[in-house]
Structures are given as structure tokens and as C-alpha cells.
Design a protein around this ligand. Structure first.
Ligand SMILES: C[S@@+](CC[C@H](N)C(=O)[O-])C[C@H]1O[C@@H](n2cnc3c(N)ncnc32)[C@H](O)[C@@H]1O
Length: 298
């Protein structure tokens, strides 16, 4: 196992995972290729074309491959560990493919569906409202069949289930994460510095750079030698990305817990019908809970 720590394995994901011992990794984060067909579907930006693979197979083959990869990841992650799987809803000839269809066929417990609001996206054809969201599935490996697991600290859980990160633009890889995304996950879910973070489709190495900057170990898997070389450069120069990562970490902050507010007789968000009309509420629901920046998060 030690030979893989803080390295990027240049191989097919499924084959590489087979070499990793069971119950050895704390957490994983990935965005796999989406089987987008590589057809010209968007007008706004160029299509995602990878260096070493063709992202186009029969959809049932694709979903079965993803199920096999996710089940191998379930084997290598420790009980009580998590895997964050980024994907999106796709359509082919009007038929929707929703990631939950195959996620529910894996061994994982689906703990949460997070909306990633990217604020912009390539496809602006009018078949549907402009799809600018992707999804992030928090998958959990239960301990002794307890599917609930531990609570997040409130400084993390107050960040809500809608994550607004614009796409990364400074990176030549065709589909990179913004570094804030893996940073949010690693910072919220790991507190031991010997934790191991895996990204089984590591691309330009964003997850690995975030892990390194947060003082964790990492393992990447990537089929393209070119992307691995680029990732290695990034890892060497990781300090240059620290400022961006730090902006994310600074968002994990609670000035006062609900318990402290209650004890001091301050607003805990309890509805006071004399305070606001229904109309006020629908115009700005957050005012009801008095979630001003200084109050709860910053
Ligand atoms: C969506 S990208 C990941 C981007 C990454 N999150 C980042 O921040 O750069 C998916 C990556 O999976 C790689 N890939 C595709 N099929 C693979 C396979 N069978 N085995 C290993 N890597 C693969 C592609 O080369 C691509 O870099």
C-alpha cells in the first residue's frame, strides 16, 4: 500500500483499484468521464475532449462500468468513510439518464445529493431550461450497518446543500474541478493528518493539490500521461494555489452556535408570526432566520 501513497497511478481506474487493499482509504472525491458522446451539443464553449480516452460508449456499458468502479471504491474505503461522486443529469434522444439510477445499484449508502450550481454551462440549446447544475453524491460506507454515521460540525454543515462554484478557467484540462470543491469536502470530513484521500479519475490533480495543501496524503489514478505530468507540476507548485483554497476554508466558521444563542435569549430562528408577514418570508426567507453574515457564518 505504502508504494501508492502520494503518487498518481497511471492506469485504468478499475485495474488500479484492484491493487489497493480493502478498508485502507479514508475518503475519495471524483468526477468520472460522463459518457457525453463527444458530439457537438453546445454553442458556448468547446466540447470536453480528453487526451487518452474516447468518452463515448453504449450507455448501459457505461453505467455497468461505473457500478463496478464504485463497488471497488466501496471495498477500498474504510468503514465510516465517504466517497463524493460528481456527475450530472444527461439526456440522449429525449431520455433522461439520472446518476441515482446506477448509484442505487452499488453497495454505497446514498447520504446526500448536493447541487453544484456552476452558474454557467456549455449547452444553451432550448430543449430544456439552461442546465447549469451538476450533482455531487455523498456516498457513505456504514459501520456495522449504521447508515446514519457521524454528524458534521456545524461550521461545515451550515454551508448548505447547494454549492456555488464557477467552473475553473485557469486550467488547460478540459473538465477540471475548481479547487474549492475538493477543499470543502476534505476540510469538512477529515481531521487527522495521516488521512488518505483518493481521486480515481484525477485528471489535472485538483483533488490531490487540495489534499496536499490541507496536509493529507493522496492517491491519484489517471489514464493520461500528459495529465499526470501536469498534475505533478501542480503538486510541486501547490503553494501558489493556497490563497484560493484558504478563501474556501475561511467560509467554515460559526460565530455563535444555536445553543449559545438560545442560552443568551437571542434569535434562534424560531418563527415569530408578529415579526414578519408571509409575503416578507417569500421575498427573503433568510430574514426569518436572521442569518446575517456576522451572525452565523462568514
Ligand atoms: C472529469 S475528468 C477529471 C478532472 C479532475 N477532477 C480535475 O480536477 O482535473 C476525468 C478524467 O478521467 C480520466 N479517465 C477517463 N477514463 C479513465 C479510465 N478508464 N481510467 C483512468 N482515468 C480515466 C480522463 O483522462 C480525465 O482526465
Amino acid at each position: 500500500m505504502s508504494e501508492f501513497i502520494n503518487t498518481i497511478i497511471n492506469d485504468d481506474t478499475f485495474k488500479a483499484l484492484k491493487k489497493i487493499p480493502s478498508n485502507s482509504i479514508d475518503i475519495g472525491i471524483t468526477s468520472p468521464p460522463y459518457n457525453k458522446g463527444e458530439k457537438n451539443k453546445g454553442w458556448l464553449v468547446k466540447n470536453v475532449l480528453y487526451d487518452s480516452i474516447i468518452d463515448s460508449v453504449d450507455e448501459s456499458t457505461y453505467q455497468n462500468n461505473q457500478i463496478n468502479v464504485l463497488n471497488e471504491l466501496f471495498r477500498v474505503i474504510k468503514p465510516g468513510g465517504s466517497f463524493f461522486y460528481n456527475h450530472k443529469i444527461r439526456w440522449e434522444k429525449g431520455i433522461m439518464f439520472h446518476p441515482v439510477e446506477w448509484i442505487l445499484k452499488t453497495k454505497w449508502t446514498l447520504r446526500q445529493e448536493i447541487i453544484w450550481d456552476r452558474m454557467i454551462a456549455a449547452n444553451i440549446r432550448g430543449w430544456r431550461f439552461w442546465q447549469i447544475d451538476e450533482r455531487i453524491y455523498w456516498l457513505y460506507k456504514p459501520i456495522n450497518n449504521n447508515k446514519i454515521g457521524e454528524e458534521l460540525l456545524s461550521k461545515h454543515s451550515l454551508l448548505t446543500s447547494i454549492w456555488r462554484f464557477p467552473p475553473e478557467r485557469q486550467n488547460p484540462h478540459p473538465a477540471p474541478f475548481p479547487i474549492e470543491l475538493p477543499a470543502r469536502i476534505i476540510h469538512s470530513l477529515t481531521n487527522n493528518s495521516d488521512a488518505i484521500v483518493i481521486d480515481p479519475y484525477s485528471g489535472s490533480g485538483t483533488t490531490l493539490v487540495a489534499a496536499k495543501l490541507l496536509d493529507k496524503n493522496y492517491i491519484g489514478i489517471e489514464i493520461s500521461k500528459e495529465y499526470i505530468e501536469f498534475s505533478k507540476e501542480r503538486l510541486i507548485n501547490s503553494q501558489s494555489e493556497y490563497r484560493k483554497l484558504k478563501e474556501e476554508i475561511d467560509k467554515h466558521f460559526v460565530a455563535k452556535t444555536f445553543k449559545e444563542r438560545k442560552e443568551k435569549g437571542e434569535n434562534t430562528g424560531k418563527h415569530n408570526k408578529n415579526q414578519l408577514s408571509k409575503r416578507d418570508f417569500f421575498n427573503n426567507p433568510l430574514t426569518l432566520f436572521d442569518l446575517s453574515k456576522n451572525d452565523i457564518t462568514n
